[in-house]
Each structure stands twice: as C-alpha cells, then as structure tokens.
Design a binder for this molecule. Structure first.
Ligand code: 9MR
Length: 356
C-alpha cells in the first residue's frame, strides 16, 4: 500500500473527525435510540451502517419510491450517506428527445441527498445501454456523434457540478474476454472515445472524481485484466481518471473468488481510488435460512475486503430493499438480493455487516 497521503485519505480523515463529533453527539443522545416496543420493552437499535466506517456507505435509489414511500425514505436516510441514481441520470432519462431535457428524477434524488446530508454518485455518462431512440437509431456521422457525446457530458456534469462527488464516466466498456464492447461509441468513434469522455468530464468539473465502472471485474480474470491495462494506459497518458468502480452483482451460486481483495489492491496500487458501486447478492428464490446465510457471508466478504483496502472509498449497494430490485426482472427465479426484505426488516446480510 502506498505511504503517500492521497486526497481520498485526507478526505476520509476529515470524515473521521466528523464521525468522532457525531459519535460524541450520539453518546449524548443514546436515550433517543432506545426504542420502546409495543410491549413496553426496550430494544437497542444498532447504529446505522453509515456510522460503522469512514468510507461512503451508499445505495442506488429510484425516484418513484423516493417520492411515494415514507418508510423507504426513512431507511435510506438513516442507513446511508451516499446515493446513486439507479436510472434517473441515464441518457434516456435526461434527454428522451433531442434537445429536450428532463431533470426531474435526477433533481429529486440530488435534493433528497442534500436534505439528508448524503453524498451523490453520478451514474452514468457513457454507456451502450439505455440510450434514447433518437440517439441509438440516429445514424449520425462520426463527427456529429462526437459532438453529441461531448455536449451530453458537458451539459450534465456542469448541471450537477458541486453536487456530485463522483461520476461513472464510462460504464461496461468491456466484454467478458477483455475485448472492447461493441457500441455506437466504439463503432463510430473508435477506442479513443473513452479518454475523450474523461477529458470532457474534467473540463466540466475540475474536482469531481471520475470513474470507470463495470461488472464481473471483482475477481482477477480476463475482464479485470483488460480494465487494469486500460487504467494503466490512461494514467500514463495523463487522462484524468480517479477511480475504478466494481459493480459486484453477485449470486450465491457463483460466489466470489479469493482474488477479490488482491484485485482491489492491484488497482489501488495504480494510484486510483476503488469503489464497490452496485453490490447485490441474489439467491435462487424462494430463499431459505441457508441461502440467506450464504448471502450474508458474501456481503460480509465484500464489506471486509473494501474496508481492508485503504483506497476503497465507497461501499454502495444496488438498492437496499427486496421491495424494489432489478434482479427478479432480469434473472427469473432469482432475487431477494438486498440487505432489507420487502417490509424493510433487516436480513441476515444486514446483521452480518452490523451486528450491533
Ligand atoms: O437497476 C437498473 C434497472 O432498473 C434498469 O432497468 C437497468 C437497465 O439496463 O439498469 C439497471 O442498473 C444497471 C446499472 O445501470 C449498470 N449496471 C448493471 C445494473 C443492473 O442491470
């Protein structure tokens, strides 16, 4: 591990000081945390997840339930100090028709975060998926498409300058074998679209952290090797990349290899921050106690692995309740992937992170 003090470390030191102040306040108000039950007994509530570590503890959030579900808002505000817009900052959400922007969902999430003292992760500037039809089927020339991409990045990064801590600049650019994924960007602009995207984002916000983000890169494998080589190359060229996001969409049936923590460490050694950006752990449904125990163990391994790496600055889950999760819609027969059940009761996975 590097002995130099990076900005992530300094930033975390301030967070530690803030955390100490918060714990002092907490100690003074312990009485408030002792919740009387219906029977008149008293139950100690564990501290929220966000108070267990100096890293950001985040969740993906959807604007729909944020607007309509008070219990969703309460758990999100209590447990997490970072939020990521699950869909609301994607291109099809913010510019469904060319030149017609809709910022309502994204603004709602940023406002909630602001009111609740939470940091925001922006997701995502350049992706092959969830592109509006006008763009996906626009048949633009390379020159036009380059201008469209630059304008998109500049517009959204400028809009949220000062409100967003980190952006997923490019998302899922690799295939499993480590080759670059086919997309309108690669086809029309060639591989340099990646470096350009980082440069344009940096021009629009000099201090936001800029990330590459992907799934199935948690372990050492062909895809994470390709990501590593790309990050090394971008750094060598002076391209402004600050971090690598590991989505970490896991399934109990596939597990996580022992290379997880060494993988985070090798990226950190390149001089970038690393972050767990979209963790969930799906099980074959219906679940049972053994499956939930296996799920809890995987959550804990990811939590411990991140906390063991000084430059792992964020632990974010892709939704916190089984009431709202992308998993069953994408993997029929699988689900229950979150820390809280559909009624917002803490599951064994939550208790593994936060035994109280
Ligand atoms: O959770 C998101 C889901 O609601 C959307 O329908 C889906 C569209 O592709 O995207 C999901 O989020 C993805 C994220 O943006 C990128 N990494 C994988 C996530 C799960 O598919």
């Amino acid at each position: 591990m590097s002995s130099s003090i990076g900005t992530g470390t300094l930033h975390r030191r301030w967070r530690r000081i803030a955390g100490l102040l918060a714990s002092t306040l907490l100690a003074a108000t312990t009485a408030i945390l002792v919740v009387p039950t219906a029977q008149g007994m008293e139950t100690d509530q564990p501290p929220p997840l966000k108070e267990l570590t100096d890293r950001y503890v985040g969740s993906a959030v959807a604007a729909g339930p944020l607007a309509s579900e008070a219990d969703y808002r309460a758990t999100l505000g209590r447990e997490f100090d970072s939020v990521t817009a699950e869909n609301e900052m994607k291109w099809s959400s913010v510019e469904p028709n060319r030149g017609q922007y809709n910022w309502s969902g994204a603004d709602q999430i940023v406002e909630f975060a602001d009111q609740n003292g939470q940091s925001v992760r922006g997701h995502t500037l350049v992706w092959h998926s969830q592109l509006p039809n006008w763009l996906q089927n626009g048949d633009f020339s390379a020159e036009e498409l380059r201008g469209i991409l630059q304008n998109h990045i500049t517009t959204i990064v400028t809009r949220y300058r000062g409100s967003i801590r980190a952006w997923d600049v490019v998302n899922e650019v690799f295939n499993e074998d480590g080759s670059l994924r086919d997309s309108i960007w690669l086809r029309q602009l060639g591989p340099d679209y990646i470096a350009d995207a980082f440069r344009w984002a940096r021009e629009a916000d000099p201090s936001v952290k800029l990330y590459i983000n992907d799934y199935n890169t948690e372990n050492i494998n062909a895809k994470s090797d390709a990501t590593y080589a790309l990050v090394q190359d971008l750094r060598a060229q002076g391209v402004p990349i600050d971090g690598v996001g590991f989505q970490t969409h896991l399934a109990t049936k596939y597990g996580l290899s022992d290379s997880f923590q060494p993988n985070l460490e090798r990226f950190a050694a390149l001089g970038v921050d690393v972050a767990i950006t979209e963790l969930d752990v799906r099980v074959d449904t219906p679940s049972d106690a053994a499956k939930l125990a296996a799920q809890a163990e995987l959550y804990k391994r990811v939590w411990d692995g991140c906390l063991a790496v000084d430059r792992c600055v964020e632990f974010t889950v892709w939704g916190f309740t089984d009431r709202h999760s992308w998993v069953p819609g994408t993997f029929p027969g699988e689900g229950e992937a979150c820390l809280f059940d559909a009624s917002l009761n803490a599951k064994p996975a939550y208790r593994a992170l936060n035994p109280g």
